[in-house]
Design a protein around this ligand. Structure first.
Ligand code: ADP
Ligand code: ASP
Ligand code: MG
Length: 403
């Protein structure tokens, strides 16, 4: 049985017309494959549901959050199934608990552990097209769970894994993965092939086109992902293992984020253990510290410690630091007007001087670098938010991504 998994994102099913278009697309695959469809909620629906929960309580229950926000996918999958039935196909919507798709019990951010194949296989054998609600699962105790924002990408990958699909196609509103967000930068170019490692960095550093967890799942299970547009018939991007790719570029892509905030503790007493005493309570309270820099001040007795967190964790972080009796500092400064811009590419492993080129390019544009962090295949810098477009344009050109 040759199986294809097709995933449609929120924008691909955002209107009735788009859902009709999706049904046409699905029918084209039916000739060659047993088709399993995964869908997100219609665009904006999940955001609307979340904002309702916030109006009910600023501490809305995680379990009820999952029941609430998973409802968006139920609407979309029944509309697609309904349209396919209208066109004369055998189709049916499947909610996660009906299959079931089993997750762990970490509500809001659960992980798919197992997918029971029996009912779906039986259904496929009768010629049916199952339209599965993405993003949702069921815990072992029978509670509804969801698997994190953008999670229907991960639903698709896990379905491809458990059903040993021959292909897994992610349909979205852009033609594939681009060197940088094509909706923000018109010179962005479509990438034909990209490695899991690069895609994971790009996604984690702000490229919304794929959810990071889904790329980790794909990499672990060696699932090739095709990313394509549901609106135009053009080849997309293949996400695959590194050895499958011939690429002569040093940098594959550039990502940027909008949701970082910078925290600086000025005049911290410089003694062993001080950084640990600041970061331990943060990690205990699930505040993720990203970039860190520490300067020794002139007298050698005090230091300034700067780090970045997600904006949404700002008030929590402030409270934790101010209540922490183990640290002394002179001043506490918060800055929300920052952005992290990152260049990503496996090519930098074998090419010396990439860091220098990045810093020089920014210096030439008089853009000040506030914090730096690097890994084997990426360099991230924190800059003033107002410079982000200028930095992106210069770096895109410097690393010849325009071509
Ligand atoms: P879907 O609803 O299909 O899941 P998303 O909105 O989650 O779609 O992701 C698609 C969006 O990702 C695009 O509209 C684009 O603006 C954004 N995006 C950000 N970075 C990139 C990139 N490097 N390549 C392609 N798209 C990107
Ligand atoms: N509808 C969910 C969200 O908006 C899942 C997804 O789109 O993949 O996060
Ligand atoms: Mg998405």
């Amino acid at each position: 049985m040759k199986i294809v998994v097709l995933k449609f994102g929120g924008t691909s099913v955002g209107t009735i017309e788009k859902i009709k278009n999706v049904a046409n697309l699905i029918s084209l695959y039916k000739k060659k494959y047993k088709v399993i469809v995964v869908t997100s909620a219609m665009s904006r629906v999940t955001n609307n549901l979340i904002s309702k929960s916030k109006k009910i309580s600023d501490n809305f229950s995680d379990q009820e959050y999952d029941v609430l926000v998973s409802s968006g996918e139920q609407v979309a999958c029944s509309l697609i199934a309904g349209r396919l039935i209208h066109k004369g196909f055998k189709s049916r919507s499947w909610l996660a608990w009906q299959i079931p798709i089993i997750t762990d019990d970490l509500h809001k951010n659960a992980k798919i552990r197992e997918i029971n194949k029996i009912k779906i296989i039986k259904y496929l054998k009768t010629g049916g097209i199952p339209i599965i609600a993405g993003f949702q699962g069921m815990t072992r105790e029978g509670k509804i769970s969801t698997i994190g924002r953008g999670g229907s990408d991960a639903s698709a990958i896990m379905l491809a894994k458990f059903f040993k699909a021959e292909r897994c196609v992610i349909y979205t509103d852009v033609e594939g993965v681009f060197t940088t967000d094509p909706n923000k930068f018109s010179k962005a170019k479509k990438i034909r092939e990209i490695s899991y490692e690069e895609m994971l960095e790009m996604a984690s550093l702000g490229a919304k086109v794929m959810q990071p967890v889904s790329i980790q799942d794909a990499r672990l299970n060696r699932i090739n992902i095709e990313v394509k547009s549901s609106f135009v018939k053009k080849s997309g991007t293949l996400i695959t293992k590194r050895t499958n790719i011939i690429n002569n570029k040093i940098i594959t892509g550039i990502s940027s984020t909008q949701n970082d905030a910078k925290v600086t503790l000025v005049g911290v007493k410089d003694k062993p253990g001080v950084a640990a005493s600041i970061f331990k309570p943060l990690s205990k309270n699930l505040v993720n510290v990203d970039m860190v820099v520490q300067n020794i001040s002139a007298n050698g007795k005090e230091t300034d410690l700067t780090f970045t967190i997600k904006k949404e964790d700002l008030s929590k972080t402030k409270k934790i630091i101010l209540e922490n009796r183990n640290i002394n500092f002179r001043d506490l400064i918060f800055d929300k007007e920052v952005s992290k811009i990152s260049i990503i590419g496996v090519g930098m492993i074998t090419t010396p001087g990439v860091t220098f080129r990045m810093f020089q390019t920014l210096a030439n544009k008089r853009i000040n670098i506030q914090v730096i962090s690097t890994s084997e295949i990426k360099i991230s810098v924190l800059i003033d938010k107002k410079n982000i477009k200028k930095a992106l344009t210069a770096l895109h050109k410097e690393f010849k991504l325009d071509k």
